[in-house]
Write a protein that binds this ligand. Structure first.
Ligand SMILES: Nc1nc2c(ncn2[C@@H]2O[C@H](COP(=O)(O)OP(=O)(O)OP(=O)(O)O)[C@@H](O)[C@H]2O)c(=O)[nH]1
Ligand SMILES: [Mg+2]
Length: 466
């Protein structure tokens, strides 16, 4: 996740298209190898080769609609990872089964379904313990993975920048570490080469070596990431020094954040009907109607039960949101459960320390929402701006609302700036609101409204201030 600070003077429509092309061209290869660790034998790190998958969920609370939404989202995640969902089963239970996640009767049913449909993978809608994973694989006889591993796999496929790749790998290794034993055992069972039950001497030694190697790799990644964080902070510092107000576009994955950045600034970044299309943040500059500059940053989307390893690994990127002056929280108005999604987003925002930042709620995809549902949404979010990034409806209103919500320059002053300080004049134009300009012998006399920081810089040139 790289803070990509290219501020194109013109329109760059091809950036996103090129990204998409590259992603699709890589898909087949990446799908096979994305979670493979080159320096750890693949016996321990299974590759996610998901082709025909059956989903299983346990419905413990909420309505049947909630349970179905959750499974529908899992299906979308699985499709984003490149697999075909052939069936999905939900079991009503007070809590997941400690041994096999779903109850034993359901396990048999899943096994039958898997066999009948020729599926090769089962994906559980939750995080499985290593024990549950092994027990399920043994009983169903195909590969079993959980929601966390699936999300990690998508992130691995989509990561592009050096920082993004390192962050994903760190999250994967941390997910892997406590599961090594289980996977090692399962694999040695399959390999059948280590002498059978009770003779696991060589396996144990190898396990220790692998753990050590993974720990070393984790430490190395941490060091690399720390360096990248410094670069990011330097960039951010220079932005803060110039006090250009920053807007962060945040929201649930697939809500239309990148589409909105494109609609607002003509950025031309990748938009895809896939979850987690965006992993690298992109920042674009924009100007208010009065000509004041601000930045708009597109961010990685959130999802319910975002694996905590990912939140940890992506903390430095997510913290960029926490430094914004304004969060534009994008909500997909056409989704069956927009309130639930908004809640999940607020949880992650709180986790990265961004809960205090002013939030502007934007309900997007208005073109897909039936009039009755629009009424409901308006009563759920009376202060929201309603837009369609596709049709452009409401975008002007959104721009005005953003400008309104930005920190306002409130110090009125008149300065006389010598002609050699053209830099100060342009800073005044981009950061303050210039009300009048007059040229005289010793410089330009400018009356403007500015923020406190700029007022400080101009102190030496002030003629009048109120
Ligand atoms: N009909 C309609 N579709 C939209 C609108 N805005 C976005 N979309 C579609 O929704 C999908 C997701 O859009 P993105 O802009 O990639 O969403 P995102 O929030 O950046 O998604 P991630 O980066 O994956 O988290 C794409 O297929 C868009 O074309 C809209 O206003 N109307
Ligand atoms: Mg995006």
């Amino acid at each position: 996740m790289n803070s990509q600070e290219d501020f194109p003077s013109g329109h760059t429509p091809s950036t996103g298209e090129l990204d998409l092309e590259a992603r699709q061209a890589l898909r087949r290869v990446v799908g096979l190898a994305s979670t493979e660790l080159e320096d750890v034998t693949d016996a321990e790190y299974r590759r996610l080769r998901l082709e025909r998958v059956v989903l299983v969920g346990v419905w413990t609370e909420g309505t049947i609609d909630d349970a179905e939404n959750s499974l529908a989202e899992l299906a979308q995640l699985a499709e984003t990872a490149g697999s075909e969902v052939v069936d999905g089963l939900i079991q009503r239970r007070s809590k997941p089964d400690a041994g096999t996640f779903i109850g034993s009767g359901k396990v048999r049913e899943v096994k039958d379904t898997v066999e009948a449909l020729g599926a090769d993978t089962v994906i559980a809608d939750g995080e499985l313990s290593p024990g549950q994973l092994i027990a399920l694989e043994k009983a169903i006889n195909v590969k079993v993975i959980d929601r966390t591993a699936l999300i990690l796999d998508i992130f691995a496929q989509h990561a592009k920048s050096a920082e993004g790749k390192a962050q994903v790998e760190l999250a994967q290794l941390q997910y892997l570490l406590p599961r090594l034993r289980g996977w090692g055992d399962a694999m040695s069972r399959q390999g059948g080469s280590n002498g059978g039950v009770g003779l696991r001497g060589p396996g144990e030694t190898k396990l220790e070596t692998d753990r050590r190697r993974i720990r070393a790799k984790v430490a190395k990644l941490r060091r690399e990431l720390a360096k990248l964080t410094v670069t990011r902070e330097t960039k951010r510092d220079s932005r803060t020094r110039n006090r250009v107000p920053g807007v962060a576009i945040a929201g649930y994955t697939n809500a239309g954040k990148s589409s909105l950045l494109n609609a607002l600034t003509g950025a031309g970044i990748l938009v895809q009907d896939a979850l987690f299309a965006t992993l690298d943040t992109s920042t674009r500059r924009s100007r208010t109607a009065e000509g004041r500059e601000y930045t708009v940053t597109d961010t990685v989307g959130f999802v319910r039960h975002l694996p905590h390893q990912l939140v940890e690994a992506f903390r430095s990127t997510l913290e960029e949101v926490a430094e914004a002056d304004l969060i534009v929280h994008v909500i997909d108005g056409s989704h069956p459960d927009p309130l639930g999604q908004a809640e999940a987003v607020r949880e992650v925002l709180a986790e990265v320390g961004a809960e205090e930042i002013p939030e502007l709620v934007v309900v997007n995809k208005l073109d897909l929402v039936a009039p009755d549902d629009v009424l409901q949404l308006r009563s759920d979010w009376p202060d929201a701006v309603f837009v369609s990034a596709h049709s452009g409806e409401g975008i002007d209103k959104l721009r005005a609302a953003i400008e309104q919500a930005l920190p306002q320059p409130h110090t009125m002053l008149t300065v006389c700036i010598p002609y050699v300080r053209g830099d100060l004049v342009s800073r005044l134009r981009s950061r303050g609101e210039v009300l009048s300009t007059e040229h005289r012998g010793d410089g330009s006399v400018i009356t403007a409204r500015v923020d406190d920081a700029l007022a400080g810089e101009l102190r030496a040139f002030v003629l009048e201030k109120d």
